[in-house]
Ligand binder design. Structure first.
Ligand SMILES: NC(=O)c1ccc[n+]([C@@H]2O[C@H](COP(=O)([O-])OP(=O)(O)OC[C@H]3O[C@@H](n4cnc5c(N)ncnc54)[C@H](OP(=O)(O)O)[C@@H]3O)[C@@H](O)[C@H]2O)c1
Length: 329
């Protein structure tokens, strides 16, 4: 039996306009950085995506290097898409990126036209798609002229290989320059994807203001600090957690007593709000209207359904915000 999406999928989800564009994104989006590579169980990956779509999540975020091995998340996503979602392509916002190391030699990373054009072509082949909805430059390149990188993004839109373009990990001043260049070229920057969570607040020092002034959306990645902003590490390291199963980007050494103390205090605040910490951590980002969507990860379908419950309460009192700020230090 082919997959039939839930007829109720658009009933509960919140959709927010992405900057000043015509696009609205689901308030939660799903990222395929972990749990979608060849090393993972394809059926579990498939179920996570179906669960997300059935719950109203329309946006799925990839990059050339997601796996492991690099490229395998796009390949698996392509399999799932063509087996189960061929009737739903026009209901999906699919993104990919290039910027980090993908292949050997001088053209396999950063921001040259040579690298970006080749990488997007590879991504489209792996996902068996004619176009992506959003293509990002994944990180700023200190050596390639910004004009070259932005001209390439503009070219991709003109060629129809990407409908929209975005930038990721760009500090405020560089983001402003990139947005200006894209505007001059006639292709607006749709969205910025920065790392942002209770534990990582650099965007509050200028980037969010730039994005608001320029009408560009914002989609924070790792909003749960890779799972730290849940109650799972409060009593040791569970066997099925990212620290135990992957341990590359989130390591046992990150779970220090000081971190646990903060998580424990935040968990108490969440309880007073009748929420779990995972819900409060996502709501804390979504309280700001400038945040278009939070880009979550999930290792199980149930986590997607759980995380969506954050939408039950995204309001904070001044008192709660003060308490949280004191805990975060
Ligand atoms: N642009 C960039 O440079 C960049 C960099 C990194 C990520 N990203 C994007 O952001 C996406 C999300 O990143 P992330 O995976 O680090 O996000 P995250 O939401 O901070 O962490 C996701 C992890 O937290 C745990 N989790 C999620 N929901 C949970 C729940 N309800 N209860 C308990 N645990 C829960 C799961 O880990 P376990 O169950 O395995 O413990 C899950 O894999 C990526 O997939 C990618 O698309 C972009």
């Amino acid at each position: 039996m082919s997959y039939q999406a839930s007829p109720n999928r658009y009933n509960e989800m919140l959709y927010r306009r992405c900057g000043k564009s015509g696009i609205r994104l689901s308030a939660l989006s799903l990222g395929l950085w972990h749990n979608f590579g060849f090393v993972n169980d394809l059926e579990n990956s498939r179920n996570i995506i179906k669960t997300a779509f059935d719950a109203g999540i329309t946006h799925f975020d990839l990059a050339n290097n997601y796996g492991p091995p690099p490229g395998s998340a796009e390949e698996n996503f392509g399999k799932i898409l063509h087996a189960d979602f061929s009737n739903y392509r026009d209901e999906l916002i699919i993104s990919s990126k290039a910027g980090y190391l993908m292949w050997d030699g001088p053209y396999g990373e950063w921001g040259s036209k040579k690298y970006l054009v080749s990488s997007l072509d590879q991504s489209l082949k792996r996902m068996k798609l004619d176009y992506v909805d959003i293509f990002y430059h994944h990180r700023p390149d200190p050596d390639t002229p910004l004009e070259e990188t932005m001209r390439t993004l503009d070219l991709m839109v003109r060629q129809g290989k990407a409908l929209y373009v975005g930038i990721s990990n760009y500090p405020a001043a560089e983001a402003k320059k990139a947005i200006d260049i894209l505007n001059q070229l006639g292709t607006a920057c749709l969205i910025h994807q920065p790392k942002y969570s209770m534990f990582e607040r650099w965007v509050e020092g200028g980037l969010l203001d730039v994005l608001e002034n320029e009408g560009v959306g914002c989609i924070p990645f790792s909003p749960l600090a890779q799972g730290l902003l849940t109650d799972k590490y409060l009593h040791g390291i569970p066997k099925d957690s990212r620290v135990a199963t992957s341990g590359v980007f989130l390591k046992e050494s990150n779970i220090t007593p000081a971190v646990i103390e903060k998580i424990s205090k935040l968990n108490d605040v969440a309880k007073q709000r009748n929420q779990k910490l995972v819900h409060m951590a996502l709501a804390w980002l979504l309280k700001d209207e400038r945040i278009t969507s939070v880009l979550i990860g999930a290792s199980k379908p149930e986590q997607v359904l759980d995380s969506i419950k954050c939408l039950d309460n995204i309001q904070f009192s001044e008192e709660e915000l003060k308490t949280i700020n004191t805990i975060l230090g």
